[in-house]
Design a protein around this ligand. Structure first.
Ligand SMILES: [Zn+2]
Length: 453
């Protein structure tokens, strides 16, 4: 643990969110929070937002990658202004930012909430027809009878815990877009709530809606310095209580094998003939089978070759390494290096071998102040939600932002079966997400801002 993290833990221990200081005076009683009306607002917003086609595309380097995202950005900016947000801006990339000014006489940290506007590439996001299945009582929800698209506790385990909840699905032909329009709806409802309830004390809250999360391109364009938040949360997670504070360390590697194929294969014996395709194939075979995506889970990392390309004498193998800790990442780098060196020693007629590694992204845990996570856990507990710390077997926008200087773990949003036509949203879990975010706003309002450079 570094010094900064240690200070943050001490600060977290010293704070009073779990003590009785605010008892009877918490944000819910101050504002007379009404769960049913919050749920209705969330549902109304969500079913409206999913009708915007904001599917992103990996066929362009432009940001946003599709015009629908700009249209949605415009709509969100309009709604932010309507709900009293200040400094509402949409930049050339379609990134929408806004500010809810502090109404506190103290100097609390500036916190932010982010969600992404785009939807996944795996299925169409056009003409989404949301269906609200009110008061789920167990059993099957038929999304589309003709196509036999059905969700039930067997293929969607969360449904076993969703009795009495409102479940929102698409109609079987498209994605729903719960990833991440649940997050957008939660944040926009929070904005309206703070506007409608000036009696609730808070520091400055910043909002951002970003494009192209699914292609990993959107957040690259995010201007962390001018955004001006101390800490942030993406609201883009799945089940109740999920709090993602870890991502993979990600590296890519490229191995190049050069042979000599300028010899007729009929007379290759005892000639300078060298087979670069065989070298690449040996390399692939020598990589450990027990460290592959399909042979690893939970906290265990993997190596995957994702392309092998040959042009004449040259074969290039590209792959990725994913692991949570630096030690394990190095272990996998060593495995790749070992396989490469073995090929080099077996194929002594080959030439110009090379192996290079590049960093793609890093586990955000190493740069997240503990306070950002412990306060989120405290907020959940105070809302009767059991926090579940999760390590994402992938990257998140938040991991990029964390390394760009804005510590950003991810909070649950109530989205399930994402990236598929069986996708659904749970309005009751969205409501718990909204309460968690409001509680967080309230808890951060009692903290002191960090020193800024
Ligand atoms: Zn998402």
């Amino acid at each position: 643990m570094n010094k900064i993290a240690k200070t943050a833990v001490l600060a977290a221990l010293a704070l009073c969110p779990v003590s009785g200081a605010a008892q009877g005076m918490d944000w819910k009683s101050v504002t007379r929070y009404d769960k049913a009306s919050a749920k209705k607002q969330l549902t109304d917003r969500f079913v409206k937002y999913v009708t915007f086609d904001t599917q992103s595309s990996d066929q362009t380097s432009a940001v946003p990658s599709t015009p629908g995202q700009k249209k949605f950005a415009k709509e969100l900016a309009k709604e932010l202004k309507k709900n009293g947000s200040k400094n509402v801006k949409t930049d050339q990339y379609g990134i929408v930012t806004a500010e809810i000014p502090s109404n506190s006489d103290k100097n609390p940290p500036v916190i932010a909430f982010l969600a992404h506007m785009d939807t996944a590439l795996e299925a169409s996001g056009k003409n989404v027809k949301p269906q609200v299945h009110k008061n789920y009582q167990g059993g099957e929800i038929i999304i589309n009878a003709e196509k036999n698209r059905v969700i039930n506790p067997g293929n969607s385990s969360q449904l076993a815990r969703a009795k009495g909840h409102d479940i929102i699905t698409a109609s079987g032909d498209t994605l729903l877009g719960a990833d991440d329009k649940t997050g957008v709806a939660v944040i926009m409802t929070l904005v309206q709530y703070l506007y409608d309830h000036p009696e609730m004390k808070h520091g400055t809250v910043k909002i951002a809606f970003t494009p192209d999360e699914e292609t990993g391109m959107g957040v690259e364009k995010f201007d962390v310095a001018s955004f001006g938040a101390d800490y942030a949360y993406t609201i883009d997670g799945m089940d109740l209580g999920q709090l993602t504070d870890e991502t993979f360390n990600a590296k890519a590697f490229t191995a190049v094998f050069n042979g000599n194929r300028a010899v007729h294969p009929g007379i290759a014996m005892n000639s300078p003939f060298a087979d670069n395709v065989l070298m690449a194939s040996d390399f692939h075979t020598l990589l450990p089978r027990h460290r592959r995506p399909e042979t690893t889970s939970d906290r265990r990392g993997f190596i995957l070759v994702d392309s092998v390309q040959t042009q004449g004498d040259r074969t290039e193998v590209k792959g990725i390494i994913r692991a949570f800790s630096d030690e394990e990442t190095q272990e996998l780098v060593n495995e790749v290096t070992r396989a490469f060196n073995t090929v080099k020693s077996i194929h002594n007629k080959g030439k110009n071998f090379s192996l290079t590694f590049t960093d793609q992204y890093k586990n955000m845990k190493s740069v997240l102040p503990e306070q950002v996570v412990t306060l989120a856990e405290a907020a959940m507990r105070q809302e009767d939600v059991t926090p579940v710390r999760t390590a994402a077997r992938g990257g998140t926008d938040g991991s990029q932002l964390s390394f760009m200087g804005l510590p950003t773990p991810d909070l649950f949003a109530g989205q399930y079966n994402i990236h598929s036509p069986l996708e659904y949203a749970d309005a009751d879990v969205m409501e718990a997400s909204l309460r968690t975010a409001l509680r967080l706003v309230s808890l951060w309002g009692t903290q002191t801002a960090p020193e800024r450079q």
